[in-house]
Design a protein around this ligand. Structure first.
Ligand code: RFL
Ligand code: PHB
Length: 389
């Protein structure tokens, strides 16, 4: 089998890259380790920057997003027993859109299937070869049969645990990492959201987030210890803990019901540099992870593949290496700003076990400052809606 670009992974990064290339007449094959249904069962991101929405517009994958997604002009910070609104529209003239990653992935998969491009699900033992030379290829097996895919380039869009980054010699890469001493316990439930906008709560009892997928489906999170077992969290225990972290009026308004998904995600900041090794490019979670507090992970995957598709289009259409040579530095410049923002918001809003009362007072002073200064709020807002590409 031969293609121009072998894409490893059919998450948002791989699927969006495939469509951006397809629009430009560039052929790709996606190799995905899991089944289609498995990929579509993962509950993840919910907040899209308008840059991400524009990319989905550009590939024609946004009809359902515009019909069913929820445009949000602001969000709220809850501390000191009060909710404070961050007016994104007033501060930046921009907004975000609430649309689940699962739905976005489904839209991109449907579009890819309709375009006739090849996706091979349940591709086992994917291995990357000769990406340092001129003849890269990928081997894998499907249903027990060994196969080989020859290509001009490999795009490693296979997430944090994928094979692409692991194929790069350790001495060719620098890793930057911070782990946090807590995780997020998340729940999805078919109950109306407690508020029409997201509420980030950072009060004395620990962080909580009230988010949503639709006017009838809520997504809630509470900060939890890394040693917590989801099996010990009944729905009742979760709702009690969430109520404890909200102000009385919000807690009173909370509508509870049976969960349809419950899981714990550890929080991590991670960057691998560079994002290109010869004819292999890394994009999305394969190259970097942010803690979810800033809602940046999926949006960074989108900006990476925007830069990467431009570079590849330039190469195939104009035979110019310039975009390819610039890819890693261009992508990393935006990645590091989102890393900074996500680290900062995580540090501001969470309880760290080692924190002493001094740090708690500093966090509170910063939150007070933030909601009293338009300059500080504007800095938060412009990062939240997404820095320019
Ligand atoms: P993905 O989505 O992990 O997709 C990678 C794909 O590669 C496949 N794969 C392989 N395929 C072939 N061979 C192998 N050896 C392979 N190994 C892996 C995997 O099966 C998978 O299908 O990475 P991608 O495309 O880079 O997308 C990144 C986003 O998924 C991620 O950054 C976001 O979900 C992060 N995130 C959020 N991002 C936002 O922008 N806004 C949010 O509101 C937001 N909320 C979140 C989040 C992530 C969370 N979790 C669970 C980590 C909330 C949570 C709780
Ligand atoms: C979500 O809805 O899953 C979500 C929203 C905002 C975040 C993180 C996750 O910051």
């Amino acid at each position: 089998m031969r293609t121009q670009v072998a894409i490893i992974g059919s998450g948002p990064a791989g699927l969006l890259l495939g469509q951006l290339l397809h629009k430009a007449g560039i052929d790709s094959v996606i190799l995905e380790r899991r089944s289609r249904d498995y990929v579509l069962s993962r509950i993840r991101a919910g907040v899209l920057e308008d840059g991400t929405v524009s990319l989905l517009d550009a590939v024609g994958a946004s009809a359902r997003l515009h019909a069913e997604g929820l445009p949000h002009d602001g969000f709220e910070l809850l501390f000191g027993g009060r909710r404070h609104r961050i007016d994104l529209q007033r501060l930046t003239g921009r907004r975000v859109t609430i649309y689940g990653q699962t739905e976005l992935t489904r839209d991109l998969m449907d579009l890819r299937a309709a375009s006739g491009a090849t996706t091979i699900f349940e591709a086992e033992d994917v291995a990357l070869h000769d990406f340092d030379g001129g003849k890269p290829h990928v081997t894998f097996s499907k249903g027990g049969t060994a196969q080989r895919l020859d290509c001009d380039f490999i795009a490693g869009c296979d997430g944090y645990h994928g094979v692409s980054r692991a194929s790069v010699p350790a001495d060719a890469m620098q890793l930057f990492e911070r782990t946090y001493p807590f995780g997020w316990l998340g729940i999805l439930a078919d109950v109306p959201p407690v508020s029409h906008e997201l509420v980030y709560a950072g009060d004395d009892s620990g962080f909580a987030l009230c988010s949503m997928r639709s006017p009838s489906r809520s997504r809630y999170y509470v900060q939890c210890g890394l040693d917590e077992d989801v099996a010990n969290w009944s729905d009742e225990r979760f709702w009690d803990e969430l109520r404890r972290r909200l102000d009385p009026a919000t807690a009173e308004a909370l509508v509870t019901g049976p969960s349809i998904e419950k899981s714990i995600a550890p929080l991590r900041s991670f960057v691998a540099e560079p994002m290109r090794f010869g004819r292999l490019f890394l994009a999305g979670d394969a190259a970097h992870i942010v803690p979810p507090t800033g809602a940046k992970g999926l949006n960074l995957a989108a900006s990476d593949v925007h830069y990467l598709s431009q570079a590849l289009i330039e190469y195939f259409n104009e035979r110019s290496q310039a975009g390819i040579d610039a890819y890693s530095a261009r992508a990393l410049a935006r990645v590091w700003k989102a890393e900074r923002f996500s680290w900062w918001l995580t540090s501001l809003m969470h309880h760290f076990p080692q924190d002493n009362p001094f740090i708690r007072r500093i966090q509170r002073a910063e939150l007070d400052y933030l909601v009293s200064s338009d300059h500080a709020m504007a800095a938060l807002a412009e990062n939240y809606v997404g820095l320019p590409y």
